[in-house]
Design a protein around this ligand. Sequence first.
Ligand SMILES: Cc1ncc(COP(=O)(O)O)c(C=O)c1O
Length: 435
Amino acid sequence: MSKLAIEGGTPVRSKNPIVETDVFEQEEFDALVQVASQKKLRRAEAAVEYEQTIADWFNVKHAIAVSSGTTALHIALAAFGIGPGDEVIVTPYTFVASDTAVLEQNAIPIFADVDPVHLTLDPNEVARLITPRTKAIIPVTISGSLVDMDPIMELAKQHNLWVLEDACQSLGATYKGKMVGTIGHVGVFSTITGKITNTGEGGFVITNDSDLYDKMWGYTDFARKKSLGPASKYHFGLPCTNYRITNMQAAIGTQQMKRAWDMIRKRTENADYLSSKLEGTPGIVLPPKSPWGERVYFYYLIRLLPQVLGTDMLNFAVALAAEGVYNLRYLSTTRWMVPQHLEPLFVNKAGYGGTKCPFECPLYEGHVEYYRGLCPVAEQACDEVFWLASVHPLLEKQDLDDIADAVKKVVFELIDRKHKGLAVEYATDEHRALL
Ligand SMILES: Cc1ncc(COP(=O)(O)O)c(C=O)c1O
């Protein structure tokens, strides 16, 4: 067995780091130059074309391109009429925006635990948490892993709830033959760098509901009425803001949608290749396929089994980074998933203006606390599920080989140490401080 790089051995990868850049080809460049040469940088025709391209791609009635996935979530909740005193059921295993969007409407996020295999909302937990105050559910297809949507939609029907699909990480996934994002009342996607399609920053909503579409349109653009045309006056009858996308982002986005299926397929090929290389490795569980349809891959997640490896995820990450295939910068980012209900924002019920509103708003007739033990399945997943690598379409076979070789090298060394009763202390206080 070769010596780990963290202990002075030769790293698996000594050459350049594995880089993820935007997919930005001649077509994107030309589209960008075109809007620039027309001197039409702000939202105009290119955005309309992008929205039509998105709607056609999903075969839905409406799409609105906006400034981010976060603002896309917000306009959907606003259009649903969510407000103070309302509860929205959310998942703890996600990026913070899926949950904080609820706070934007002064409503209360209620965390339901996740399914231990797919890491997405467990419909039984959702059912358990529905109260007369519940107004919506936000299932998140995290890293392309599907949510079992039929029981969620059934609950929504029974209790008259809105369903907002946060599909920011799962463009192209299908559930029982339906495109993810088209099953709930509104689907939301992010196109920030690194996502399946990129416009630098950006996001979009899709829906078949024309009333919701009109409302979301208004929340994007100072309550302007779309039916009155682009130069129409504003209608300040409601709280409103500006979440518009620019023509520059939209022009790139249209080209990205044209190559979306190729990029989605390539990501799946990369994930399948990693699985073929890692299959049978002890101490780790590979990402599952879905029983409900065709999942996609944003990142490639593996579950580390501490009882087999004899150590925690942080020591594993530090050893892997020394092998040259993992960037410790990720320790402090979303790639190191934290159960969202344990973020200080929620634990401390930190509200706007230094108050505890909306958590302790007089208009809220319920009571909420966020604490360890609230969602034990998600909490364990955050300790054990490691966001190993992007399966970015530009990765080369050598990159994937290096990742798989490094994982196996570290895993076998950790198991060997465990058998010999040797302690593993690769992580320093500095590393722990990054978490
Ligand atoms: C699941 C999820 N929801 C929401 C967002 C927010 O999207 P954005 O960063 O475009 O605001 C992201 C991504 O960043 C995400 O991964």
